[in-house]
Write a protein that binds this ligand. Structure first.
Ligand code: FAD
Length: 289
């Protein structure tokens, strides 16, 4: 199913993000996890691309399994960094051949240890160029990334918003945001996107915190700010994994309750491949019984 159709029919759309197992782990290891996610009846599951390096080849295979065997709609992430046009076309062909209809089209980050990587030498320099290319060849539903606090490469949020509008106008059906921990930033972002004429659904990305060091690593990579409430929580529970996990689930549940009360288009849960914690959050927020 084309996910834009789903966003037009239902609110909120509940989606999970998972990542493929690394190449030194059998791909089958994700299947028992997927069995458990299936029980939670998400509207769709998205599968990241390139996480952990070479496991990127597994994205389409897992997205296909989710859709064609588990009967849950899926979305394959696709980054264009370091790929030639032919390589992208081969991937797009594989996506279509696996009966997949939804793609999250991304630029991607510089390869590890290459901070001076020159994106201008890429076949597609920015995500909007990849999106234009996909649009010219396929009728996939195309999603793209949005950054409520601005992308790290942008000097000003205003510049990032300008490029986001350009990207949406190229042919984006819906946006998925980078994770954030303060809902007010997301609501302000919705006001700003609406004021520049972005009208597509913008589903918020929510990541529950399971470990204090996990959150420091992730926020240092994506630049999400940590509200004082969260810092206090990490100081209080950071040394005890079990208490930290419970507090992280409570924090994410509160965020989600508030988002739903404010009529969001969807909730995109960054599950970290953890069905048990995901289930607890869905129960806490009344999304499942
Ligand atoms: P773009 O939209 O191209 O933007 C990148 C930067 O360039 C921004 O600062 C933007 O303002 C600027 N820009 C855009 N267009 C122009 C232009 N025409 N001229 C000048 N500047 C411009 N990474 C992975 O490797 N695998 C994944 O599976 C993955 N999934 C993600 C899912 C979500 C929901 C999000 C939010 C991010 C994900 N990422 C993933 C990370 C993403 O690849 C990085 O954040 C990357 O740095 C930017 O990708 P983008 O598609 O947002 O880039």
């Amino acid at each position: 199913m084309n996910l834009l159709d789903l966003f037009q029919k239902k609110k909120p759309i509940i989606s999970f993000e998972i990542f493929p197992p690394k190449l030194d782990t059998p791909i089958e290891s994700i299947f028992s996890t997927l069995e458990q996610f299936k029980e939670l009846k998400p509207d769709f599951i998205s599968v990241t691309y390139g996480a952990g390096g070479s496991a990127k080849d597994r994205t389409i295979e897992i997205a296909s399994k989710i859709k064609n065997e588990y009967g849950i709609e899926s979305m394959a992430h696709l980054t264009c960094v370091g790929h030639s046009k032919d390589e992208i076309d081969t991937l797009l062909k594989a996506i279509a051949e696996h009966n997949l209809e939804n793609v999250l089209a991304l630029r991607g980050d510089p390869p590890a240890n290459q901070p001076d990587f020159d994106f201008s030498k890429n076949a597609f320099q920015y995500a909007n160029e990849l999106i234009a290319h996909i649009r010219s060849k396929n009728d996939f539903c195309i999603a793209a990334a949005a950054y409520v606090e601005g992308h790290a490469d942008s000097k000003r949020l205003k510049d990032d918003l300008f490029h986001l509008k350009q990207k949406v106008d190229t042919g984006v059906d819906f946006l998925v945001t980078q994770l954030f921990f303060d809902n007010r930033i997301y609501y302000d972002f919705l006001d700003k996107t609406s004021s520049i004429g972005i009208t597509c659904p913008i589903t918020p990305g929510i990541m529950p915190i399971f470990k204090a060091d996990q959150i420091k690593r992730i926020t240092s990579l994506c630049g999400a700010s940590l509200p004082a409430k969260l810092v206090i929580m990490m100081d209080k529970y950071g040394d005890n994994d079990d208490d930290m996990r419970k507090a992280g689930i409570e924090y994410a549940s509160n965020q989600i309750r508030d988002l739903i009360d404010n009529g969001v288009d969807g909730i995109h849960l960054l599950t970290m491949n953890r069905p048990k914690s995901t289930k607890e959050i869905l129960i806490n927020t009344g999304l499942i019984r």
